[in-house]
Design a protein around this ligand. Structure first.
Ligand code: HPA
Ligand code: ZN
Length: 324
């Protein structure tokens, strides 16, 4: 089964590129940029990756990305992940990135974009990998700031596939970002949002109704509301479910208790992703293997999940046909 899963062409719709920063690269970039890390060694960093909840993770996630200063750092970050993912059989990645987290540290948007776009181009030319770009907004920061960043990103609108909404979910409902998402729609950008990870099922409905998203990232708490499940079923809205993320952040106690099988039983449009692979114990292949072990799914089940993802991937029709 592990060989089958490794060889299976896999599609990842939910990946935060800053969350793919492995401790080894973090140390290399810290040295290159003369930054002092709060860890004495790679081992110590890995040992610190024990999270109580989403906020506990976000604290280390934002701290880790302090080593990203120059265009080359963003290029190295993305290329390091693309090569690793490609070697594990990943053929498409829709990649979130968090511009506000870098702007806040004095890193210009052009620096971030130049590095990520160059890595996307190189990956698409040298690996069997296509990459979609999702500019994500931090929901625990002011909506005005998100709108400003979206306007500032005008030179890049044509190169983006979608905007997203991430970071601390509790008490930051989708409704806070209606103006930003309306503007993105006006610009012609697709929209996705994290909802129903730590936040309630009602946030999923809000994201659908008020932000007009085509995709819900996580969404696992939909099972707390029949109304929300019915809506997701009727619309066949894709859910990007991240099993190892959910156990790492204690959204779910054990993988065996994960709602994935229940979501499939309800006929929902489920896909699997890794979210922040450097922090949650592995990438897309590791997530597939963990699901095979926990749920005893057969090969067809994984083919089906990846088919769901291909259909919804931010890529050209010709690439989609190639992957189907
Ligand atoms: N949830 C919300 N925001 C995030 C995550 C996540 O899992 N990873 C990076 N930003
Ligand atoms: Zn996420």
């Amino acid at each position: 089964m592990q060989d089958f899963l490794r060889r299976l062409p896999k599609i990842e719709l939910h990946l935060h590129i800053e969350g793919s920063l492995e401790p080894e690269l973090m140390f290399a970039l810290a040295e290159r940029n003369s930054i002092t890390l709060p860890y004495a060694s790679v081992g110590e960093a890995k040992a610190a990756y024990q999270f109580k909840d989403l906020q506990g993770f976000l604290n280390l996630y934002y701290q880790g990305m302090n080593v990203l200063c120059h265009e080359q750092d963003f290029f190295d970050l993305a290329m390091d992940y693309f090569k690793r993912a490609s070697s594990e059989g990943v053929v498409h990645i829709d990649m979130h990135f968090d511009p506000q987290a870098h702007l806040q540290r004095g890193i210009a948007l052009d620096v971030v974009m130049a590095g990520l776009l160059r890595a996307k181009e190189e990956a698409e030319q040298t690996l069997d990998l296509s990459v979609g770009l999702i500019m994500a907004f931090l929901r625990d920061r002011p909506a005005d700031e998100a709108l400003q960043v979206l306007e500032q990103a005008a030179p890049y609108w044509k190169l983006l596939d979608a905007i997203g909404l991430d970071s601390a979910e509790r008490d930051h409902p989708p409704s806070k970002f209606v103006a930003v998402f309306n503007r993105a729609k006006e610009i012609g950008l697709a929209r996705v949002a994290h909802a129903g990870e730590e936040g309630p099922a009602a946030y999923i409905l809000e994201a659908l109704d008020m932000l007009d998203v085509c995709r819900i990232d996580h969404g696992i708490r939909c099972l707390e509301s029949d109304e929300v499940v019915d809506r997701l079923y009727e619309q066949q809205t894709v859910l990007t479910v991240c099993p190892l993320s959910n156990t790492s952040l204690k959204v779910v106690d054990e993988l065996i208790d994960h709602p994935l099988p229940a979501l499939l039983d309800k006929g929902l449009n489920v896909t699997i992703s890794s979210d922040d692979p450097a922090y949650f114990g592995g990438g897309l292949l590791a997530n597939h293997i963990a699901c095979a072990e926990a749920f005893g799914w057969d090969e067809d089940a994984f083919v089906e999940l990846n088919r769901n993802a291909i259909t919804e991937a931010f890529t050209s029709e010709s690439r989609r046909q190639e992957l189907l």
